[in-house]
Design a protein around this ligand. Structure first.
Ligand code: BDR
Ligand code: CA
Length: 309
C-alpha cells in the first residue's frame, strides 16, 4: 500500500526536484500539493508548482496556502532561486489553476478523513502546517508523521544560526516542534552532505527524458548561486531528502532528540536548538537525520526521474 502524503512547498529549485521525485514514486500517494510563500512570493511558488506538475504529467490538485508568516515580516530567497523562484530552463505553462479550497483547510480535511494515514511534508515556510494545528488541534495526534526540511544541528544558512525555512516563520516552526506530533527533521547538517556534484547532475541528465533534462538545468542554475554564496562545489539538494527518506529510509541515519526553536529576539532567532547529547534530559520530540548516503540518494533521484515524461 502506498503512503499518503501532502507536499507543502515553495518551489524553488530543490522543491521542484522533490515534486518530481514524489510523482515518480509509486510508494507514495500524493494527495495534494500545498503552496506557501518562501523562496519567493505565493503567486510565484503556486505557479511554479503547477508548472512542474504539468511537466511531470501529474494532475494532482494544488492548494494555495499562506502568503505571510504568523508574526515576523516576510523574507525571501530570490538571490538563490532567481526572480521567478525557478529561473533556468523554460517550463511548460500550466493548463490549469490552483483549487479554490485553501491549503490549510485541505490539510485539516485530509487528516480528519484519513486518521493516522497522512504524512505532512513541509519543505518551505512552516506556516500552513502550524496554522492547521491552531485551527483544528484535533488533527495533531491524527497526523501519521511530519517529515520536514528545515533547521539543522549546527549551522545556519540565512543567519549564522538559522536555516531559511525555519527563519521564514520561527513561530510556526515552534508550534510544530512543541505540538507533540511525530516529527522527523532533515536539516542542513544532513542536506549539506547531499551536494549535487557534476557526476550526479550528469547522471540525471543522462536520463534523456524532458523532465530529467530540465532537472539537470535547474541544478546547473542552483549550482551557480550556491558557489557564489557558500563556495560549494555543488548545490545542496535539500528538499528531496524528505521524499527519498519516505521511499528508501535506509539511505539515512537518524537520531532521536529534543529540538526547540529559538523564538527570542537576538542572533539565534530561528535556530533549531538540538540537544544531541541529551544534556537537558528533556523528552525526545523529533527524529533528526544525521547522515545520508549521498551517492545512493542521487542514484535514486536519477533513476526515478528517468521514468517521467
Ligand atoms: C531550504 O530553503 C529553501 O531555499 C530551499 O528550497 C530549502 O527548502 C534550505 O534552507
Ligand atoms: Ca523549499
Amino acid at each position: 500500500m502506498s503512503r499518503k502524503i501532502i507536499l507543502d512547498c515553495d518551489p524553488g529549485h530543490d522543491d521542484a526536484l522533490a515534486i518530481m521525485l514524489t510523482v515518480a514514486s509509486p510508494e507514495l500517494e500524493l494527495l495534494g500539493v500545498t503552496t506557501t510563500y518562501g523562496n519567493v512570493g505565493l503567486d510565484d511558488t503556486t505557479r511554479n508548482a503547477l508548472q512542474i506538475l504539468e511537466l511531470c504529467g501529474s494532475h494532482v490538485p494544488v492548494y494555495r496556502g499562506a502568503s505571510l508568516p504568523l508574526v515576523r515580516d516576510r523574507i525571501s530567497a530570490e538571490f538563490v532561486h532567481g526572480k521567478s523562484g525557478l529561473e533556468g530552463p523554460a517550463l511548460p505553462l500550466p493548463s490549469r489553476g490552483a483549487e479554490t479550497t485553501r491549503a490549510v483547510d485541505f490539510i485539516i480535511q485530509s487528516v480528519l478523513e484519513n486518521p493516522h494515514e497522512v504524512t505532512l511534508c513541509p519543505i518551505g515556510a512552516m506556516t500552513n502546517v502550524a496554522t492547521a494545528m491552531r485551527l483544528e488541534p484535533k488533527i495533531i495526534p491524527l497526523i501519521q508523521e511530519i517529515v520536514l526540511m528545515g533547521g539543522g544541528t549546527e549551522l545556519g544558512n540565512w543567519t549564522p544560526a538559522a536555516e531559511f525555512n525555519i527563519l521564514c516563520d520561527p513561530h510556526a516552526a515552534h508550534i510544530i516542534f512543541s505540538s507533540g506530533a511525530n516529527v522527523t527533521m532533515f536539516g542542513l547538517n544532513v542536506t549539506h552532505q547531499a551536494l549535487a556534484m557534476p557526476q550526479h547532475i550528469a547522471a540525471i541528465r543522462a536520463g534523456g527524458n524532458r523532465t530529467s533534462l530540465i532537472a539537470a538545468e535547474l541544478l546547473e542554475f542552483f549550482k551557480v548561486a550556491y558557489h557564489q554564496r557558500y563556495g560549494y562545489e555543488g548545490p545542496a539538494l535539500h528538499d528531496p531528502c524528505v521524499i527519498a527518506y519516505l521511499i528508501q529510509p535506509d539511505l539515512f541515519k537518524l537520531e532521536g532528540m529534543n529540538v526547540t526553536v529559538d523564538i527570542s529576539d537576538g542572533p539565534s532567532f530561528g535556530r533549531t536548538v538540538c540537544d544531541i547529547y541529551n544534556v537537558l534530559n528533556l523528552p525526545e520530540n523529533a527524529r533528526v537525520a544525521m547522515k545520508v548516503d549521498a551517492d545512493g540518494y542521487f542514484d535514486l533521484i536519477a533513476k526515478r526521474l528517468a521514468t517521467l515524461p
